[in-house]
Ligand binder design. Structure first.
Ligand code: NAD
Length: 506
């Protein structure tokens, strides 16, 4: 069985996927200046499958010298204009071709992310791959929609503005949606005409390395996209500190975001786009339109992708008059829905956490929550013996107080904190009582209340009577320590350009 495209993907069984993975030819070398190469040091990292603890591949452990090499390749490509000065239509043609090639190899990309970080294969096929393709195509379509303006000036002057590529863009991506998160950065950066050096997460680098091969096959010139795999403290840090990188676009933890801000200040004042963590609330008012729908959204909002989602709805605020019914429904409707299992089984929607250390950290936090007085009302145990895997039980705690650790810190796990409230004012106050501001959900039939919550909640995205929904037109990013920029949307393409004003005396 060879690879397959998306339309066939839904038909494969667990055995098909397991056999396919066994036959994959994996190349863990970096991609620099149009070709694969080992790290200059020769060092590698073991990529480990969190479902069974077995080694997947050796990945090149790029360091400062490799980052420097890649930045020089990107700078050269930028200066020569081999990418940024191509006509917009030609850049778009190459990007469309790139998307087609990724689509044709959808099974390979899906399998790589699943075996590296445990994302359920069904989610890869149904969600990540379509989203990756839409991302590339959306930004390819946008290339020739970037315009400048002419302004109303004195008759003796012509004034116009234009937008140009920034130059060399560094991208640093997380492991939770490995290919998709990387693509939210590299697709708009490339579409805007920049040359890119990407440092993917050390836990999951293989899919973006493979994507770089395919851009080259589609006609992407050497140096336009470089991928340096490696450890954050080494390759990531070197990229953040590099004096010839014009912008760094980062998705990851707030702690690393702050380090990058310092590195930008200490180096060349590079522009910085930060997409960081979250502790997103969902507010369930007693007048919500339909309890079953709302509870389903609460369950999916925290259990999907094992809760390893930046905008996971980890705080569920429920009006006291429906609190007991909500909990009862939660138990009833969550049962059997996210039973942990082998992520290569298309029937499984809950794989392991990304690695054993994440699992140990989360288990410790769950014990801490019980110690602080949270009441466990749901825990979905594994359907079979999953030895060696980094599995945790999807769990919900009720009677959580806003000051408990479980209500304040990002667990990045399938763990819900349910808490009661008595008034709209109190709900908004609890919801905003966080250092984060990525997203929030509101459930109500009262139109005015819905708009008031949109106005008062401190977050980049507010969903009303739905959660975790959207398309490529929707800006995605945070307030407060959730970040300072936006992914997706046409405006994110503009964030990879810089403005210029031309004032011409006639
Ligand atoms: P992380 O911050 O540990 O790592 C993210 C990336 O930064 C990785 O590539 C890592 O190698 C690199 N890195 C680590 N230390 C670095 C350093 N000192 N200098 C430069 N780079 C360094 O985060 P993670 O564990 O991979 O991802 C989880 C976090 O990402 C969560 O907080 C989550 O909420 C956040 N996230 C946010 C969004 C969003 O769009 N806002 C999306 C996905 C994930």
């Amino acid at each position: 069985m060879s690879g397959m495209n998306l339309s066939e993907a839904g038909t494969w069984t667990r055995e098909d996927w397991t056999g396919f993975v066994g036959r994959l030819e994996i190349d863990g070398r970096m991609f620099v200046d149009g070709e694969r190469r080992a790290a200059e040091s020769g060092d590698t990292i073991d990529s480990v499958n969190p479902a069974d603890g077995k080694k997947v591949a050796s990945i090149a452990r790029g360091g400062r010298a490799d980052i420097d090499h890649a930045v020089r390749a990107a700078r050269r490509a930028h200066a020569n204009g081999v990418w940024g000065r191509k006509s917009p239509r030609e850049r778009a043609r190459i990007m469309f071709d790139w998307a087609d090639r990724i689509e044709a190899a959808a099974s390979e990309f899906s399998a790589l992310d699943t075996i590296e970080m445990g994302r359920p294969i069904a989610d890869m096929v149904e969600y990540d791959m379509p989203e990756v393709l839409t991302t590339i195509r959306f930004f390819a379509e946008s290339i020739d929609k970037v315009t400048g303006t002419t302004t109303a000036t004195d008759d003796s002057v012509l004034h116009y503005t234009l937008r140009q590529p920034i130059g060399v863009v560094g991208a640093i991506s997380p492991w939770n949606y490995p290919l998709m998160m990387a693509m939210w950065k590299i697709a708009p950066a490339l579409a805007a005409g920049n040359c890119v050096v990407l440092k993917p997460a050390e836990e999951a680098s293989l899919s973006v390395l493979r994507a770089a091969d395919l851009l080259r096959e589609a006609g992407g010139p050497a140096g336009a996209l470089n991928v340096i795999s490696g450890v954050g403290e080494e390759a990531g840090k070197a990229l953040g500190e590099h004096a010839d990188v014009d912008k760094v676009s980062f998705t990851g933890s707030a702690a690393v975001g702050k380090e990058l801000l310092r590195a930008a200040g200490d180096s060349n004042m590079k522009k910085l786009a930060l997409e960081c963590g979250g502790k997103s609330p969902q507010l369930f008012f007693a007048d919500l339109p339909d309890l079953d729908t709302a509870v389903d959204a609460a369950i999916d909002g925290i259990f999907v992708n094992m809760g390893e989602v930046c905008n996971a709805g980890s705080r569920l605020l429920v009006e006291r008059s429906i609190y007991d019914r909500f909990i009862e429904k939660f138990r009833e409707r969550a049962a059997g829905r996210y039973v942990p299992g082998d992520p290569l089984d298309p029937g499984v929607r809950c794989g392991p956490l990304v690695d054993r250390s994440a699992r140990d950290r989360v288990v410790g936090m769950m014990e801490g929550a019980e110690h602080e007085g949270a009441k466990k009302i749901f825990g979905e145990t594994a359907s079979e013996s999953l030895t060696g895997g980094a599995y945790v039980e999807p769990t919900a705690y009720a009677d959580v107080r806003p000051d408990m650790t479980i209500a304040r810190e990002e667990l990045f796990a399938p763990v819900a904190a349910i808490m009661p409230f008595d008034s709209e004012e109190e709900a908004i106050r609890i919801a905003n009582d966080t250092i984060y501001g990525l997203a929030a959900g509101v459930w109500t039939s009262d139109l005015s209340r819905g708009h008031r919550c949109v106005r008062d909640l401190e977050a980049g995205t507010i969903w009303v009577n739905t959660f975790d929904d959207g398309d490529m037109t929707q800006p995605f990013g945070g307030w407060k320590q959730s970040g300072n920029s936006r992914d997706k949307c046409f405006e994110s393409l503009l964030e990879y350009t810089q403005g210029k004003s031309a004032w011409i005396q006639l």
